[in-house]
Design a protein around this ligand. Structure first.
Ligand SMILES: Cc1cc2nc3c(=O)[nH]c(=O)nc-3n(C[C@H](O)[C@H](O)[C@H](O)COP(=O)(O)OP(=O)(O)OC[C@H]3O[C@@H](n4cnc5c(N)ncnc54)[C@H](O)[C@@H]3O)c2cc1C
Length: 328
């Protein structure tokens, strides 16, 4: 049974859903990417097949290299054998310069992809509804009764309850002792019929195709947020970047904001509550839920079913049990 409030505070509905194996200023491989990528493809392609919807697309990332120093850093990374499946050897000088103002040359991050997160959530919800496994409601922590074995909540009884509330975990009295560090981000959606971009394009912001000539453009990282609403400041910032970057006609058609469930350790947080043994958490996917969730959640669920031990120590909340006792 899934209980959700209709994505009231969802990060996923704002996300671009990009899977980007190479990140950061020095072009490093994302944490565990060799292990995560096969699970990404397996999972989303299986969901696409079962749900009959094109949820996932292979999509490289065209990354702008702003200087000769960037180009050298790129080429030097490419020189490392373990990077060659993820980076192009060649650097392009004029990438789509008819419609984009190139601010440098462009390297290609290979093996990337993109999940249509909104379609994914819609299709999964319909599937759950059709099997009476979805409840559209606000979960009220105050009326939850954790018992020695199992839980009872209104007229529901379960062996286990897994909280997957995104950044709203900060309001969850059972798990808000964990080291979360949520980060706000905002994106503009544009309609640009002449842009004809098939890749993700990474300048100072991402421009990412959504289909039907719409593009996702964003997003900032704001730790000092006070709400999860779209702000004029970010609208203006992204709009100004777009005005410099895109040569063809376009129209801004939407503005979205969300808060990433990031953590101080920059790793997901999963595991069993230190006292209430029927309560679990599956959270902390930060800025990379699309690539992390398939593998990490699968390992976690397999451990709940008793198939394997949950062996991802970096993500296991066990080590924070002392913090919970401090809050009691
Ligand atoms: C601007 C932006 C861009 C991003 N781009 C990318 C990207 O390109 N690639 C990537 O991998 N990640 C990206 N992310 C990060 C990504 O969104 C997260 O990693 C991921 O979506 C987290 O998923 P989640 O299910 O853990 O949390 P959420 O998507 O936040 O889902 C939590 C759900 O729980 C519900 N909920 C919370 N509390 C309650 C309650 N009490 N009762 C009922 N329901 C409740 C919420 O409404 C929501 O539906 C981006 C995030 C932002 C903000």
């Amino acid at each position: 049974m899934v209980i959700d409030d209709g994505h009231k505070t969802s990060s996923s509905t704002t996300a671009a859903g990009i899977v980007n194996p190479i990140t950061g200023r020095s072009y490093v491989k994302s944490w565990m990417i060799d292990t995560l990528l096969p699970a990404v493809k397996d999972t989303y392609l299986s969901f696409s097949e079962v749900l009959g919807a094109p949820l996932y697309h292979d999509r490289d990332v065209k990354r702008v290299l702003f200087s000769v120093k960037n180009e050298n850093a790129w080429l030097s990374r490419y020189g490392q054998q373990e990077y060659q499946d993820y980076m192009s050897k060649d650097i392009e000088s004029y990438f789509k310069s008819d419609v984009i103002h190139n601010q440098g040359s462009v390297g290609t991050v290979l093996s990337g992809g993109q999940l249509d997160t909104r379609m994914f959530l819609r299709e999964v919800r319909q599937y759950l509804e059709s099997s009476n496994s979805y409840l559209h409601a606000q979960f009220d922590h105050d009326i939850l009764e954790p018992k020695t074995k199992g839980i009872s909540y209104q007229n529901h009884f379960a062996d286990k309850l897994i909280f997957a509330e995104g950044f709203a975990v900060i309001h969850n009295p059972f798990f808000n002792y964990l080291p979360f560090d949520p980060v706000k981000g905002e994106a503009l959606i544009i309609h640009a019929p002449d842009l004809k971009l098939e890749h993700n394009y990474r300048d100072s912001i991402f421009i990412s195709p959504l289909g039907h000539d719409d593009y996702w453009c964003g997003a900032g990282y704001n730790k000092q947020w006070t709400d999860d609403l779209p702000s004029q400041l970010e609208y203006d910032r992204i709009a100004q970047i777009l005005a410099k970057l895109i040569k063809c006609d376009y129209k801004i058609i939407d503005h979205r904001a969300g808060i990433r469930p990031a953590t101080k350790t920059r790793k997901p947080l999963l595991g069993q509550h230190p006292v209430h043994k029927s309560l679990y958490i599956c959270n902390g996917m930060g800025a990379k839920g699309t690539s992390l969730a398939p593998y990490i959640c699968d390992r976690f669920l397999a451990s709940l079913e008793g198939e394997v031990a949950f062996d991802l120590d970096e993500c296991n909340i066990q080590k924070y049990a002392h913090l919970y006792s401090l809050t009691q």
